[in-house]
Ligand binder design. Structure first.
Ligand SMILES: *[C@@H]1O[C@H](CO)[C@@H](O)[C@H](O)[C@H]1NC(C)=O
Ligand SMILES: *[C@@H]1O[C@H](CO)[C@@H](O)[C@H](O)[C@H]1NC(C)=O
Ligand SMILES: *[C@@H]1O[C@H](CO)[C@@H](O)[C@H](O)[C@H]1NC(C)=O
Length: 873
């Protein structure tokens, strides 16, 4: 793919960085035993990576032989891609031979290097043997010529972890099957920290004991077990060579095929990122592992419908240790609760709530988690071990993250690590093609999708209009292919990538919409507007709730305009904008499908509602969110996108009370339900007088409407209430009058009385007042509004953190520009705590609030209240 080559210089640069860091720093761990034995050769030699190897001929390590007949030999022809040390030479024998390593007690890495080639005096590929280390069987009935490494190479390393007891030596014995030979090219023995993979006493104290998935809370990897490394992946990053490791000489593989990961979900390595090793020792994994990661990307909707998945084929009949490396390196995430996900290992729940920040107490702080899972032998040799990360819906960001993964096979109770029932090569010939395909597949179900999406994102936008051309295109089917991808069908994926029009915005057929809404069942109407109805619908086999907006016949417009707008809307993605998921323009219908906002509109939490009143801090958070969404609209493209219809019913709240602006762009489409002339669009009460006068639309018109929203939030009353006296009808002008007269405190939501910190109140009121200034030029920009609101929130939080719980009368005066006091006695001290219901219901809302005191609340009809929800217009 083209994009691959684009990234190559990138990776190249990264690898240069690698070398610099390696060359200049001492590794975090210095291995006491660090033996590298080049079998079949003599004397010292240096490998390409500058490591020293010693020949086994005449070495103190052996080999010891039964009949003294093993042969050192050189590969007759060595492919140029194969490194000469230690692969050029090998020791081969038709009878058993043993290497003896006198090493210090403790756990060791034992790495066996094999290169399956033609060696003089030996028939090519007639190798079939068993390798034992003390009482452990590392390989049984093994043939290097059949085994190839994950990338199909004929040379590979098998890595084991073995604990050497006191007063014993590490013996490695090679036992060939009758009339076959055994061989080995190189052996490496390297000490490792006691607690690196084994459960040491310190691991127990620190609670770093693996969870036995689906079986028990703990699994102890005791020193009587041997481990075989099966996968070691630097997720989101490139491969890490042994000399770049932490002194343990481990090879880390690239965590996935890069073309899968050319997506928004990848956090590429930042070599300058300063990691804080406050939770785990520095030798656990190299920095590079933690400095890159794979996430699912920013699309909440798609994330919540998918898993970030790694599928790793493994042999059955063993326990596996799965170590997951985490480090929150996203600069946007510093607090726990932001990115929380569930971890499944082998389709079983392993971790209900994974929250990297809460584990590590900080961002940029490496951490790891261990899981052990039993892979039963249910008749088949190979099994796909899946690691699934699924975002939790109660987190701020619906996303998951993974920086690295290691998978080890654990020896069975008889000390065996080898797979059972392996027959010699001839007998296996038939099934050869399917054996040992240890290629790993790393597919973020979500990531795979996002890659495809990002690769074509621009193309798609241009193509959207041409959707009709893809007549029989069935979006739902392909959707599931991405989320349940068949890892071996890469070609299919590529084709998909270049021809699909609907990644950013899904196309729905009318019958899908009908299924989702139970044929536009009236019971599912959650909102009614001038343009038509909004239905609550279920898609993805009932798993995902969406809001479906169906245009009335008369508000439908030209198909061309519709598609142009969809194109624009689908480009706008922001946490504080309601996401457009898809559309349908089948059979003359015009339908938009949005993410569902569980808590409905802001308005229905302010007045005329059975809902609990929002706290002042909640209201501030909502205003900040909405301001951010509007700021994004005003600044995300070269020409600002003006909402034109900012109001409390266009600010929706999700299940976490995150505010999202909806219906942006619709005013322009004529799809709004405005009660104003066709020339000037907007809603009375929110309408910028400057715009109405001059009919010149700027961002400042949205700022005006937002000011009205701020007063609505503060006072819990309608922007325009025809039933009030002339003077009070328009909230913005009434609020300004009250500010002038110093009586603004008299019209605020009584629930808020005594609850707003004076400093915060001052900022808020000043800000709202400046937003509704007569002339656009006097109004702040959305950016300033955002910042001032954030500041107001800080003041409120500070006051709440420091204040007495029992507030007495607080009064203050503030001079307006003309010097008149504009409000005072905001705090009346204990007014509401003892207020009776009747007093409460004399407020502008005419409603009593539950939770405040013992006023009985009347529960309104369930249907009515549900209709209020998600009224997105
Ligand atoms: C392993 O080494 C020890 C010490 O040299 C020796 O006593 C023992 O026999 C060896 N075992 C095997 C199986 O070669
Ligand atoms: C994620 O994976 C788990 C375990 O494999 C599975 O139970 C769950 O259904 C998956 N969720 C999605 C949304 O694919
Ligand atoms: C190894 O292969 C031989 C020959 O086929 C067979 O007899 C033996 O059972 C095999 N061992 C194991 C453990 O499968």
């Amino acid at each position: 793919m083209k994009n691959h080559s684009m990234l190559t210089p990138f990776f190249f640069l990264f690898s240069i960085f690698h070398h610099i860091t390696v060359a200049t720093s001492t590794p975090p761990y210095i291995a006491v035993d660090n033996i590298t034995l080049d079998c079949g050769s003599f004397g010292n030699s240096k490998a390409a990576d500058e490591r020293d190897w010693i020949g086994d001929k005449g070495s103190k390590y052996g080999p010891m032989e039964q009949n003294n007949e093993s042969n050192p030999s050189e590969a007759q022809r060595q492919a140029s891609s194969v490194e000469s040390i230690p692969y050029r030479t090998a020791r081969l024998s038709y009878s058993q031979f043993t290497y003896v390593f006198p090493v210090t007690p403790g756990p060791k890495f034992v790495r066996l290097y094999f290169y399956s080639a033609a060696y003089s005096g030996f028939t090519m590929s007639k190798d079939f043997f068993t390798v034992k280390a003390g009482s452990f069987t590392l390989l049984r009935n093994f043939s290097a010529s059949i085994h190839t490494d994950s990338s199909g190479k004929k040379y590979f390393v098998k890595e084991f972890c073995i604990n050497v007891e006191k007063n014993t030596k590490l013996n490695l014995t090679f036992i060939p099957f009758i009339s076959y030979y055994a061989f080995i090219n190189g052996i490496e023995v390297v000490s490792m920290p006691m607690d690196l993979y084994y459960t040491s006493s310190s691991s127990i104290i620190e609670g770093k004991v693996p969870v036995y998935v689906g079986q028990a809370p703990r699994f102890y990897i005791n020193y009587s077990m041997a481990l075989e490394m099966v996968y070691r992946l630097n997720i989101g990053g490139s491969s890490i060579s042994p000399v770049q490791d932490t002194g343990l000489f481990r090879q880390w593989s690239e965590g996935g095929r890069t073309d899968y990961f050319l997506s928004k979900g990848v956090i590429p390595r930042d070599p300058s990122l300063n990691l804080k090793y406050s939770k785990i020792p520095k030798y656990i994994a190299p920095d590079a592992v933690y400095q890159s990661a794979v996430t699912m990307g920013p699309d909440r909707i798609r994330n919540s419908m998918s898993n970030l998945t790694w599928e790793l084929p493994v042999e059955t009949g063993f326990n596996y240790l799965v170590r997951l490396h985490f480090c929150e390196i996203d600069p946007g995430i510093h607090v726990s609760g932001s990115r929380v996900f569930t971890i499944y290992v082998d389709y079983q729940l392993a971790e209900e709530t994974a929250d990297v920040i809460s584990w590590a107490d900080n961002s940029d702080t490496p951490y790891y988690k261990d899981y052990v899972v039993m892979i039963q032998n249910k008749g088949e040799d190979s099994h796909t071990l899946a690691i699934d990360l699924h975002p939790r819906t109660d987190a701020t960001f619906r996303d998951a993250i993974l920086n690295g993964a290691e998978v080890f096979k654990l020896s069975d109770p008889s000390g065996n690590l080898a797979s059972v029932n392996m027959a010699p090569p001839s007998a296996r010939a038939a099934s050869k093609s399917k054996t040992k395909k240890t290629m790993f597949i790393a597919i973020g179900s979500g990531v795979g999708f996002l890659v495809v999406a990002s690769l074509v994102c621009f193309m798609v936008l241009c193509k959207l209009k041409k959707t009709e051309r893809y007549g029989s295109y069935h979006p739902l089917a392909k959707w599931w292919c991405w989320f349940r991808p068949d890892p071996y069908k890469r070609e299919f994926k590529r084709r998909t990538a270049s021809s699909l029009p609907g990644e950013l915005c899904r196309y729905f057929r009318l019958d899908e919409i009908k299924t989702a809404t139970n044929n536009f069942n009236e019971d599912l109407i959650v909102g009614v507007g001038g343009f038509g109805n909004v239905y609550k619908g279920l898609i993805e086999q009932g798993n995902i709730t969406v809001a479906i907006k169906r245009m009335k016949q008369e508000s439908r417009q030209g198909a061309h305009e519709f598609m142009t707008e969809i194109e624009m809307l689908s480009k706008l993605r922001h946490v504080h904008l309601v996401s457009l998921i898809g559309y349908c323009n089948d059979k003359g219908e015009m339908i938009l499908v949005y993410e569902y906002m569980a808590n409905g509109t802001l308005r229905h939490h302010l007045y005329d509602t059975p809902n609990d009143p929002l706290t002042w801090k909640q209201r501030l958070h909502i205003c900040i969110g909405a301001a951010r969404g509007l700021h994004y609209l005003h600044t995300c493209t070269k020409h600002p996108i003006i909402h034109r219809d900012v109001k409390t019913t266009n600010i929706l709240l999700d299940e976490k009370w995150v505010a999202k602006v909806s219906d942006f762009g619709l005013s322009k489409m004529g799809l709004d339900n405005t009660a104003v002339s066709t020339l000037v669009k907007g809603t009375w009460g929110y309408l910028d007088p400057d715009y109405a006068r001059r009919q010149q639309l700027t961002e400042k018109s949205d700022v005006y409407s937002f000011g009205v929203v701020m007063f609505e939030v503060l006072c819990a009353r309608k922007a325009l209430n025809q039933r009030l006296q002339e003077e009070e009808r328009n909230l913005a002008s009434w609020a300004r009058k009250c500010i002038e007269r110093g009586t603004i405190n008299e019209i605020i939501d009584p629930y808020l009385m005594n609850k707003i910190a004076p400093e915060c109140f001052k900022i808020y009121v000043e800000l709202a007042e400046s937003c509704v200034s007569d002339h656009g030029i006097e109004r702040p920009k959305m950016n300033d509004v955002m910042e001032k609101l954030e500041f107001a929130l800080k003041l409120q939080e500070y006051a709440e953190a420091t204040k007495d719980t029992n507030l007495e009368v607080v009064s203050f005066r503030v001079a307006t520009t003309n010097g008149a006091p504009w409000y005072n006695n905001v705090y009346h001290g204990q007014v509401l705590e003892s207020t009776s219901g009747t007093e409460l219901s004399t407020t502008s809302t005419g409603l009593s609030y539950p939770g405040l005191d013992s006023v009985p609340i009347s529960i309104t009809n369930q249907d009515d209240s549900s209709k209020n929800k998600n009224n997105s217009s």
